[in-house]
Write a protein that binds this ligand. Structure first.
Ligand SMILES: Cc1cc2nc3c(=O)[nH]c(=O)nc-3n(C[C@H](O)[C@H](O)[C@H](O)COP(=O)(O)OP(=O)(O)OC[C@H]3O[C@@H](n4cnc5c(N)ncnc54)[C@H](O)[C@@H]3O)c2cc1C
Ligand code: SF4
Length: 483
């Protein structure tokens, strides 16, 4: 700890965001970095606690608190404060291969566990992380690793989201020959075609995958395993196969006709097609439409922000659960993840444009009102839960709707590929493996990320990818020196 009284001297000062009026005119990133002077002060606020909950990832009350990657946060904050940026970067990269992703999109589980957060002002860990990663790139400190000796082993990774990328990165650095198969036209998974450009510029992903390619990873894009190449072929050509295909099965609400009605779209389809067409509009756009988003979570918020950029006529975000409290409840103390109401960037933009929060809580869509199979309005009703069962009120309200976006969560992986290869799934529709092994019932096949864990977060996908790589290395070599 460079400055013992740093947390008393300096206030928390987060990186800013572009003003709503300016940022809704484009799809550029909304966060604006503050310079090194502020970063050093923010790093000085870290107290290097005896028990750094921020990096511990301990389970409290059924939820993990702190960084799942065990990022060495107090160490690199200390180096940032002292101006030793290269040392800081080394310590950051020790645990996190892709800080430029997490520094942008991670919900910062670390900050919720920071002891400075007891008074509401945790260290700006995520901003510090992003700044350090970008400083590393700007100063040419992050360059392709030279891998002088190669093993004889070949590994195929199916899926290039953060889990597949993390596994590929580590196995390649370990000297194995790694090929990543991706059915989309570009690598990145939901980083590329899910999370909007406003949060994560797609050039950031391209920069990383180009770096990995320069390090020796082969990317085979526009190739769906199971269609363009079979699992049998992969198993013949490679010593091990890692399935990291994500958990893309959208949860569809039980509303009559929802699958067949024109004007209904799944959130990931809507967001990915928008990304593909920036700066023009995709075939299904919100321009001039009354938009209803079913799902009050983060994906729904990304859809709100996207619909606003497409100049929708109105936007309503429907959440079936009640609004969380504004402040932590007594039974949800620090350092647990705070279950409180947050107003995210898309909701802020909706408030700016339409003068009110787009969210309505304890509501659900009951009926689609159509003209010639095109959506015109939806009926919504109050909903509450008794003994875990939904109870929907008799009263209905009709709201105009020409575009209904389904952002109601995910129900696990697409089962076709694993089942065709005889790979067992869990009841939650994820790939089954013994705890911590990542190995499926087909010995040469491993799985990680959302496909294995269920829909989660980028930081968890990276952790699973790294741990899976370790298990694969152990299986291939009979031992491993990966951490
Ligand atoms: C809209 C949205 C916003 C999100 N925002 C955030 C956020 O801000 N912060 C955060 O931490 N998390 C966020 N998440 C969650 C996060 O994106 C995921 O948890 C994470 O991307 C999972 O990584 P993954 O590698 O397991 O799978 P994915 O990222 O889903 O990648 C799987 C890849 O496998 C490919 N694939 C599938 N089948 C095949 C096949 N047969 N052959 C070849 N390739 C195949 C897919 O095309 C895809 O590229 C968001 C999710 C969504 C949907
Ligand atoms: S990866 Fe997420 S939880 Fe870990 S240090 Fe970075 S922002 Fe915090």
């Amino acid at each position: 700890m460079g400055k013992p009284d740093g947390f008393l001297l300096y206030q928390r000062h987060e990186d800013g965001e572009r003003a709503c009026e300016a940022r809704i005119q484009d799809y550029d990133e909304i966060r604006v970095s503050s310079g090194p002077e502020n970063r050093r002060k923010q790093a000085a606020r870290c107290m290097n606690c005896g028990v750094p909950y921020c990096q511990s990832a301990i389970k409290l009350n059924g939820m993990v608190t702190g960084c799942p990657l065990h990022n060495l946060i107090p160490e690199w904050n200390d180096h940032i404060y002292r101006g030793h940026d290269e040392h800081a970067l080394h310590r950051l990269l020790k645990m996190n291969p892709f800080p430029e992703f997490t520094g942008r999109v991670c919900p910062a589980l670390c900050e919720k566990a920071c002891i400075n957060g007891c008074d509401g002002d945790p260290v700006t860990i995520r901003d510090n992380e992003r700044w350090l990663a970008e400083t590393g790139f700007a100063q040419n400190l992050i360059t392709p690793a030279d891998i002088p000796v190669r093993s004889e082993k070949k590994v195929a990774v199916v899926g290039s989201g953060p889990a597949g990328l993390a596994a590929a990165y580590r196995l390649n650095i370990r000297s194995h020959h790694v090929t990543v198969y991706e059915r989309d036209e570009n690598p990145g998974g939901l980083l590329m075609y899910g999370i909007p450009n406003m949060k994560l510029d797609k050039k950031v992903i391209q920069r990383r995958t180009e770096l990995m390619a320069a390090e020796g990873v082969t990317f085979v894009t526009s190739t769906a395993v199971g269609q363009d190449i079979s699992m049998d072929q992969l198993l013949q050509q490679y010593d091990a196969v890692i399935l990291a295909c994500g958990a893309r099965q959208a949860r569809m609400p039980a509303v009559e006709g929802i699958e067949e009605t024109g004007g209904v779209i799944k959130a990931v389809d809507y967001l990915s097609e928008t990304t593909r067409h920036i700066p023009s509009l995709p075939a299904v756009s919100a321009e001039g439409k009354n938009v209803v988003i079913l799902g009050g979570g983060d994906t729904g918020n990304d859809c709100v922000a996207t619909a606003i950029r497409q100049k929708c006529a109105s936007v309503t975000q429907i959440e079936m659960m009640p609004a969380p409290p504004a402040e932590r409840r007594d039974d949800n103390p620090w350092p647990e993840w705070p279950k409180v109401l947050k107003t995210d960037y898309g909701q802020e933009e909706a408030i700016h444009v339409f003068g009110h929060d787009p969210r309505v809580f304890s509501k659900t869509v009951t009926t689609l009102i159509k003209e010639e199979n095109r959506l015109k309005a939806v009926e919504i009703a109050d909903i509450h839960f008794e003994d875990g069962r939904p109870v929907i009120s008799e009263e209905r309200e009709t709201i105009p709707c020409d575009l209904l976006i389904i952002a109601a969560g995910f129900t696990g992986c697409e089962p076709g590929l694993p089942l065709s290869a005889g790979i067992e799934l869990t009841k939650r529709n994820t790939v089954a493996s013994a705890e911590g092994s990542y190995q499926t019932n087909v010995p040469a096949v491993f799985s990680c990320g959302d496909m294995h864990r269920g829909a989660s977060l980028v930081v968890w996908a990276i952790r699973e990818g790294l741990e899976c790589a370790r298990k694969v290395d152990e299986w291939l070599m009979g031992y491993t020196n990966l951490i």
